[in-house]
Design a binder for this molecule. Structure first.
Ligand code: SF4
Length: 319
């Protein structure tokens, strides 16, 4: 079975169904899944690692109640709070990451959506970065409407990030203030305007393997070119601070199976990978994953960039 699904993914990019991927999970070892996923990744994504970097342009004070998030104003996490990054900090982050050679640089804001007054300022910063060029620009600014997305496009942003977070079924247990459909609406408008879209989620929030696979399927069907995968690092003060941590083995299997479900997408490590051992990271990068967020994450400590690039090189990726 694994050989048939691997071949159909490699030859014509046919994704595995959720049922097929769950059967793979039942029947095959982690190494068998990884090896097949690596072959599918090589066919569709090649050996160039995808790297992106983010800067937190607005932090904390969010009206929403996402149970995993340090930035919700409803949780007591002690996260740093500010409404608007300074031009100096933003451009310094942009120049640093451009010099490092990241593929994509993103400004990320907390909140359901950007406040109208702030949009003009964020767009001015994007325009400045876009005029300097050298890196693809991405924005992650919540549930924007058409007018706001168009403003970003006009400022030179070409990728929009909006995480789906988890499966449609599991999402309401983690967030009650917005829905998966709200997210899909924003993603659809972004695609209509011309943005590439990046939408993934978080694993390790108490969900089942089926939820992770459904997340990958939903992102693929929404037209995502990349699917960032965060590994939950439970944050003190959030409602799921004591949730049992997902094991490295489970992360490895999940990524390999997500590659079967989304054969052509970039799958990239986002937050939380710093908690993995070096051995696990290498296995996952040779087991379906082909990208990584480098530098500091939003509210958790990232991996050191130079060490990351050395690791990608050793694994056999071109940087
Ligand atoms: S994930 Fe986004 S919308 Fe949800 S609480 Fe955090 S910042 Fe707000």
């Amino acid at each position: 079975m694994i050989e048939r699904l691997k071949q159909q993914a490699i030859e014509i990019g046919t994704p595995a169904s959720i049922e097929e991927a769950l059967e793979l999970n039942e029947r095959y070892s982690t190494d068998e899944l990884r090896e097949a996923a690596d072959a599918i990744r090589q066919k569709w994504c090649g050996d160039a690692i995808h790297t992106c970097s983010i800067v937190n342009a607005r932090s904390g004070r969010c009206s929403e109640d996402c149970k995993w998030c340090a930035q919700s104003g409803r949780h007591n996490t002690g996260v740093k709070e500010y409404d608007y990054i300074s031009e100096e900090d933003m451009m310094m982050a942009f120049h640093t990451n451009r010099k490092r050679g990241v593929s994509c640089f993103s400004m990320v804001t907390s909140g359901r959506k950007v406040m109208p007054g702030h949009m003009v300022s964020f767009c001015r910063l994007f325009k400045k970065a876009s005029d300097e060029g050298g890196v693809k620009l991405c924005a992650s600014m919540g549930l924007l409407d058409r007018e706001q997305l168009q403003q970003l496009w006009d400022a030179g942003v070409r990728k929009y990030h909006c995480n789906l977070e988890t499966s449609r079924n599991y999402f309401p247990t983690l967030c009650s203030t917005h829905t998966i459909d709200d997210k899909l609406r924003t993603i659809a408008i972004a695609r209509e305007i011309g943005f590439k879209v990046c939408c993934g989620g978080i694993i390790g929030m108490g969900e089942m393997m089926q939820d992770r696979l459904e997340l990958a399927e939903m992102a693929r069907e929404a037209g995502a070119s990349s699917i960032p995968i965060n590994i939950l690092q439970p944050i003190k003060g959030t409602p799921i601070e004591n949730i049992e941590r997902i094991t490295e083995e489970e992360v490895t299997r999940s990524v390999a199976l997500m590659r079967f479900v989304a054969p052509k997408c970039t799958l990239h490590f986002a937050g939380g990978r710093a908690q993995l051992s070096r051995e696990a990271m290498e296995k996952i990068l040779r087991g379906g994953m082909n990208g990584a967020l480098v530098g500091d994450m939003l509210t958790t400590i990232g991996n050191k960039v130079d060490e990351d690039y050395a690791m990608f090189d050793e694994i056999g990726y071109t940087c």
